[in-house]
Design a protein. Structure first.
Length: 375
């Protein structure tokens, strides 16, 4: 059965471009980068580098940070993916660059989940966070996709919102639930805000689109242990749930458990709830391979290096998307992806996590510290 060995979640970039300059993204702080040279994945190159690994991929994410709709070869790349029968294909986009042609592609069943990055239903706040964006255009593009799905009687793509939770937009979350509901969107993923590894305050576009002159991104962390924050989150999760919307607040915090990390049983229940977006084949592959690797998973605080690969636009491979700026596991320009998956560096990271000897890049991560929290 082809699903037996589909045990890898692969996340990759199809380009190294983005049309926005969001204040919480590392791209806004790449001072000195040569912007005249770009990388765009071609379908031939995509087929070549993923030939060995794609038959092992259960979930394929088409974006590790950059904007996939800017890739000119998208249609041919999606055909390669379809040929390999990948069970779950997820695309993350800001949806600004949607054209009639890409809207058609997205609703033709190539993409199962479309994650749209939006961080407020308030035009001013949204455009302040996502500099260079246009709130009205994104809303109209969402409506276009909904309309096409309806006319093609297609259930794909299932649309999910990605909301980076910061002090700036925390109080707008409840309104955003209503906004999602008005578009028939049933899931909102709130990502925990992290200051980009290359952040420089003097590169913030202060004054642009209302961003206050004294604004500092480093002050945008939310204190998830504060009673007010917990109360607000619990109420908002409930408010969303009453409307049939799954509001996924930073997953390692159990909002019903006084801000503690989630216990494993709750994590599984949480994963199950999220799996409503997955195709039947993806659920089967995920379940089979989860059970196969369970003896390992039950002993470690973080399972990412056993099930996930990130391929950046420069060809570097990372075990986790929070590793930006940290040493990579290898480069596809030197070693095939399938070899990198079990090369010495990957094995060393797995050993380190298994033995509580965390790699440097994991030391600040609360998932990696679960054992130190005693759960
Ligand atoms: S411990 Fe944290 S940083 Fe390390 S691989 Fe897991 S999620 Fe990523």
């Amino acid at each position: 059965m082809g699903l037996l060995n589909r045990d890898i979640e692969l996340r990759l970039d199809l380009t190294d471009r983005c049309n926005l300059k969001c204040i919480m993204c590392f791209m806004g702080y790449e001072a000195g980068r040569d912007r005249t040279r770009h990388f765009d994945m071609t379908a031939d190159f995509f087929e070549e580098i993923t030939a060995e690994i794609l038959p092992r991929v259960n979930i394929l994410h088409l974006s590790a940070g950059y904007e996939p709709l800017l890739n000119k070869d998208l249609s041919a790349i999606l055909s390669v993916i379809k040929k390999n029968n990948v069970p779950q294909v997820v695309m993350t986009s800001n949806l600004m660059a949607l054209t009639d042609q890409t809207a058609d592609l997205l609703t033709d069943g190539y993409i199962h989940e479309l994650h749209v990055s939006m961080d407020a239903a308030d035009k001013t706040i949204y455009e302040m966070i996502r500099q260079k964006s246009d709130f009205d255009r994104v809303v109209s593009n969402l409506e276009k996709i909904n309309h096409l799905k309806l006319s093609k009687k297609s259930k794909y793509p299932k649309i999910v919102f990605n909301y980076v939770l910061m002090k700036l937009n925390f109080s707008y979350l409840k309104d955003f639930v209503d906004f999602a509901g008005s578009l028939g969107i049933r899931e909102i993923n709130c990502a925990e805000f992290r200051v980009p590894y290359n952040y420089q305050k003097d590169l913030l576009p202060v004054g642009s689109r209302g961003l206050p002159a004294d604004f500092d991104l480093a002050d945008q962390h939310i204190d998830y242990h504060s009673p007010e924050v917990k109360k607000e989150l619990i109420e908002t999760v409930k408010y969303a749930s009453d409307q049939g919307i799954f509001l996924n607040v930073p997953y390692k915090f159990d909002v019903n458990g006084a801000g503690k990390l989630m216990r494993r049983k709750k994590q599984v229940a949480h994963l199950w709830e999220k799996s409503s977006l997955m195709t039947f084949r993806a659920k089967m592959a995920f379940g089979i391979n989860y059970l196969k690797k369970y003896p390992t998973y039950r002993k470690v605080s973080c399972s990412f290096p056993w099930r996930q690969m990130i391929l950046t636009a420069t060809g570097e491979v990372l075990p986790c998307c929070t590793w930006s700026g940290a040493p990579s596991m290898g480069s596809i320009h030197e070693e095939p992806l399938a070899k990198i998956w079990n090369n010495e560096k990957y094995l060393r990271v797995r050993d380190g996590i298994r033995n509580g000897n965390y790699p440097e890049a994991c030391k600040q991560c609360i998932v990696g510290m679960r054992k130190r929290h005693g759960i």
